[in-house]
Design a protein around this ligand. Structure first.
Ligand code: GCW
Length: 658
């Protein structure tokens, strides 16, 4: 039986699955072979398209010749599919049901091209088996963080009025969008697990099961963030010590019940001993002890624990120059390499600090050969414009994933435990607040499927699907506003990798010294002579020495350190000459003026598209551009004035600095 295609409520943007994207498929005669729930999903998709566009679909046998066959040849867990075309017929085969689903969306992506000419048989297979979105959604609205922590797209998709939504049609539609870009796992609640959300693990697991049920037809497994203190706060035990027998039994029992409710449950996500969350340190145990206890509870059921490596001292003394937050993850976890259970995955933020617009790759990645690592990216734009600014992160993520921390292996290859992104989605009609931020979600899916993929090509795919039939002019305009937007954002915010300079707490907009004398370990050390953090091994915090030899050497000296990371690794005088030939101070002035000019130009391009894109989308983006421009000017003027006042060095071009 075909499963009906989910219909999101009236007014919800179709994102990259507008009906028109299904026209090429929907005008064909299609044969589907195989059985099972995911085949029913595929059947429902094809049936809906054919009904709309006049095609025809048959299951298992067709009385007539057909244009496309979608064939399930087995029942394994493989997500791969093959695609080929010959003798006027397109064929997709898969040995596992989710492969067939991905094969279907491949056909949709190709559009008419899937039905033209000849194609040699190609096999498509995801490079990473776990491609996951972590939602930082709370069930109860948090007094400071709101419902979605660092969320810029409205409330939660999953939770409303203090419980799981009764109507999960939109969650089904979300699962469909995710499957169409290759994502196969979702964690449905915040890693900061507050009192209400702790109960999702036990007495409220039924609500999680409902959500899992809505996501399952599109091949998405559900994961849950849990509190390490659960045995105490939920089980009434006196301890959460991971080596305590009673604690271990409690987790085994709770986990068995989770699997009763959700047989294909993916596993737990844990933030422990981090920013106030409980963890094994309270009992003198290691993070391997903590993770392995949960891994043991999950192992009999085939689940995985995602243990986050974001562990650092968030109460440090800014006067103390020996503590360097950037070092923390490596210092905590590298000594534990080899101790983690096979179903424990260490989830590492891609940079050593916290999702800044520019950071080096975390030195932890590559330094734990005997541990399964997942790399965590942030699609939600906490530090990159909060979905009020256009900032397409594809090029940044791609740089990270292609970098080779060691001879022979890229970050994408070292992420054997998967690629994870903090979701940028909420219940906003455009899903992501800023309609152009949908491109980040789509690109993430593509990079998780294939970390070596060209992000520009993924952007083109996104444009092709989201704006079916786009003219060359529209296509080029969209490319223009998106492709350079990350570098533009970098230009008008914190310079040369130094990071932060944001307003404390909510992290939107400039405040150069906002975190300078705070306990958070995020400093720039600007004085009248220079700026930057000395993280060299010779004279600084030693962070540069955490890298493998080749990279340690590159970062150790200001002469070899790439310009864009110079202030992350070194404290240099304002007159220091960059590889570009400019001084640091002149670079700061120039990039800040350029960044704002680039926003002005992009805004003009967007305004010229009125009438060419859907009016609601156009209006939403135009409104956000006005705010982006206001904010970019504020950034420019605060940063330029700050450094002019500190250094006393005038702008060589004599522009207005306040
Ligand atoms: O980026 C920081 C955020 C916190 C977040 C934390 C984390 C969920 O400011 O809001 O908490 O990282 O990744 O755990």
């Amino acid at each position: 039986m075909p499963l009906p295609v989910p219909v999101p409520p009236e007014g919800v943007d179709p994102a990259w699955l507008p009906e028109q994207a299904f026209r090429p498929l929907g005008t064909r005669r299609v044969l589907i072979r195989g059985s099972g729930p995911l085949v029913d999903t595929v059947h429902g998709e094809v049936a809906a398209a054919c009904e709309r566009f006049g095609g025809r679909v048959d299951r298992d046998a067709s009385p007539e010749p057909f244009d496309l066959s979608l064939e399930l040849t087995g029942t394994d867990a493989a997500e791969a599919f093959t695609f080929e075309r010959g003798a006027g017929r397109t064929t997709v085969t898969a040995s596992g049901p989710s492969g067939l689903l991905y094969g279907l969306f491949h056909v949709v992506r190709l559009g008419e091209a899937a039905f033209r000419g000849e194609h040699r048989r190609e096999r498509h297979s995801p490079a990473l088996t776990l491609r996951m979105l972590d939602h930082w959604d709370n069930v109860a609205v948090h007094p400071v963080m709101g419902q979605v922590e660092r969320g810029y797209a409205g409330g939660s998709l999953f939770w409303a009025d203090g419980r799981a939504r009764g109507d999960l049609e939109r969650v089904r539609a979300y699962g469909r969008l995710l499957a169409a870009c290759g994502i196969n796992a979702v964690a449905v609640n915040n890693v900061n697990v507050h009192a209400t959300e702790a109960h999702l693990l036990t007495d409220r697991i039924g609500e999680v099961a409902d959500i899992a049920g809505a996501l399952r037809p599109y091949g998405i497994r559900t994961h849950l963030s849990v509190t390490f203190a659960a045995p105490m706060v939920l089980g009434g035990l006196a301890t959460a010590d991971p080596l305590d027998e009673g604690v271990r039994e409690w987790w085994a029992g709770a986990t068995a019940q989770v699997y009763e409710a959700i047989p294909d449950f993916g596993g737990y996500v844990v933030k422990a001993d981090s920013e106030g969350q409980p963890g094994p340190f309270a009992y003198g145990r290691s993070h391997a002890d903590g993770a392995n206890m949960l891994a043991a509870a999950l192992a009999p059921h085939g689940g995985t624990v995602h243990w986050r490596a974001f562990v650092y001292d968030h109460r440090q003394d800014w006067r103390d120059r020996t503590t360097d937050r950037a070092r923390a993850a490596y210092d905590h976890f590298v000594p534990l390499d080899g101790e983690f259970a096979p179903n424990a995955v260490l989830q590492v933020k891609h940079g050593p600090m916290d999702f800044q617009v520019r950071e080096p790759v975390s030195p932890l990645i590559g330094a734990m050969p005997h541990t399964r690592l997942a790399v965590e990216l942030q699609a939600t734009q906490e530090y990159t414009g909060q979905q009020r600014h256009v900032c397409w992160l594809g090029p940044m993520w791609s740089e990270v994933l292609r970098l080779r921390p060691e001879e022979g292996a890229s970050v994408g290859e070292l992420a054997r435990g998967g690629l994870v992104a903090v979701s940028n989605v909420g219940d906003d009609p455009f899903w992501t607040g800023h309609p152009l931020a949908q491109a980040n979600l789509y690109t993430f899916g593509g990079l998780a499927w294939s970390p070596q993929a060209d992000p520009g090509q993924l952007l083109d795919e996104w444009v092709g699907l989201t704006y079916p039939g786009a003219s060359t002019g529209l296509w080029e305009a969209l490319r223009k506003v998106l492709s350079g937007s990350w570098r533009t954002y970098e230009k008008y915010t914190a310079p040369l990798g130094v990071g932060f300079m944001v307003q404390p707490g909510h992290h939107y907009g400039p405040s150069v010294d906002g975190y300078e004398y705070s306990p958070w370990g995020t400093y720039h050390f600007a004085d009248r002579d220079g700026v930057g953090v000395d993280r060299s091994a010779a004279t600084g915090t030693g962070y540069a020495g955490q890298y493998t030899k080749a990279w340690a050497e590159v970062y150790e000296s200001p002469e070899t350190c790439p310009d864009e990371l110079l202030l992350f690794f070194h404290h240099v005088p304002y007159g220091h000459e960059l590889k570009s030939g400019k001084t640091v101070i002149q670079h700061i002035y120039d990039t800040h003026f350029e960044g704002v000019a680039e926003v002005e130009a992009a805004m003009e391009v967007w305004n010229s598209l009125a009438g060419l894109v859907d009016p609601a989308r156009h209006a939403r983006v135009a409104e956000r551009y006005a705010e982006q421009l206001r904010s970019a000017r504020e950034w420019r003027d605060q940063i330029n004035s700050y450094f002019f006042r500190k250094s006393g060095v005038p702008d060589a071009a004599g522009r207005v600095i306040h």
